[in-house]
Design a protein around this ligand. Structure first.
Ligand code: ADP
Ligand code: MG
Length: 237
């Protein structure tokens, strides 16, 4: 019974998500169809039309692309990685983009080992989403600071920006599919990040103050050396 309930809850979420995706994709498709119809009636499309068509196509591509991150079951492979390494890799990946927006990255990392069991690409995607949101929240530039700490079996990663912040009544809505405060946002980044963190047995929290900045905190269970040995022994058997 409990299992059935859980299944039906899952179906509802998937159903809601599917309805949202369908809706979000239908809008740009309608625009594209309209323009093609215009062309068929031999009213030549001008540059404005075609550039709008391109941006609508890009939007569909962006939405589908974000969903592909979630829908790759065959690629889900959990390995042992140090969160500090993964985070530093993502920061250098985004460094030139940050630079373009006058954003500087900084970090303070614990000396303790921060091994986690993770699907590396998914975890990277979470960091990418959070850092991008930070950049987008600072139109005049600023600093994004990442702090990694370890307390017993928990690793805490917090990413702090000095951006526009989030009004309190908006915080609860973040992570709902397609909830965006941006003109050309997809509203998928936080939902996908939350799902990824939950599938890693972790938690994600948002703290924010308007015009001061935002801190997103992720908590992940740490693998200690002992449990690593445990995993090794198990796989050797
Ligand atoms: P998108 O970035 O495409 O809008 P997200 O799911 O990544 O979608 O974020 C949803 C919304 O949450 C954003 O549009 C923005 O309004 C708000 N948000 C998320 N992170 C931040 C941040 N660091 N600072 C300010 N607002 C944020
Ligand atoms: Mg985003």
């Amino acid at each position: 019974m409990e299992e059935l309930l859980r299944r039906s809850e899952k179906l509802t979420t998937v159903g809601q998500l599917a309805a949202g995706v369908a809706h979000e994709i239908r809008n740009p498709l309608t625009t594209l169809r309209g323009f093609l119809q215009l062309q068929q009636q031999s009213k030549k499309l001008n540059v404005e039309h075609t550039s709008l068509m391109l941006s609508e196509l890009d939007r569909i591509n962006l939405i589908v692309g974000e969903f592909l991150i979630l829908a790759k079951p065959q690629a889900t492979r959990f390995t042992t990685k140090d969160v500090r390494t993964v985070l530093k890799e993502v920061m250098s990946l985004l460094d030139s983009e940050a630079h373009m927006y006058n954003v500087v990255f900084s970090h303070s990392l614990t000396d303790a080992s921060c091994l986690v069991s993770c699907e590396e690409n998914q975890l990277k995607q979470v960091f990418i989403n959070l850092l991008k949101n930070g950049i987008e929240a600072m139109p005049n530039g600023g600093r994004i600071h990442a702090h990694v700490a370890r307390k017993q079996d928990q690793i805490t990663i917090s990413i702090t920006d000095e951006g526009i912040g989030i009004p309190e009544d908006m915080i609860a809505k973040i992570g709902s599919p397609f909830f965006t405060g941006k003109e050309s946002g997809t509203g998928l980044g936080m939902m996908i990040s939350q799902r990824i963190i939950h599938s890693h047995q972790g938690l994600m929290e948002i703290q924010s103050q308007v015009n001061v900045g935002t801190t997103v905190t992720i908590m992940l269970p740490a693998l200690n050396t002992q449990s690593n040995e445990g995993i090794l022994k198990e796989s050797e058997q």
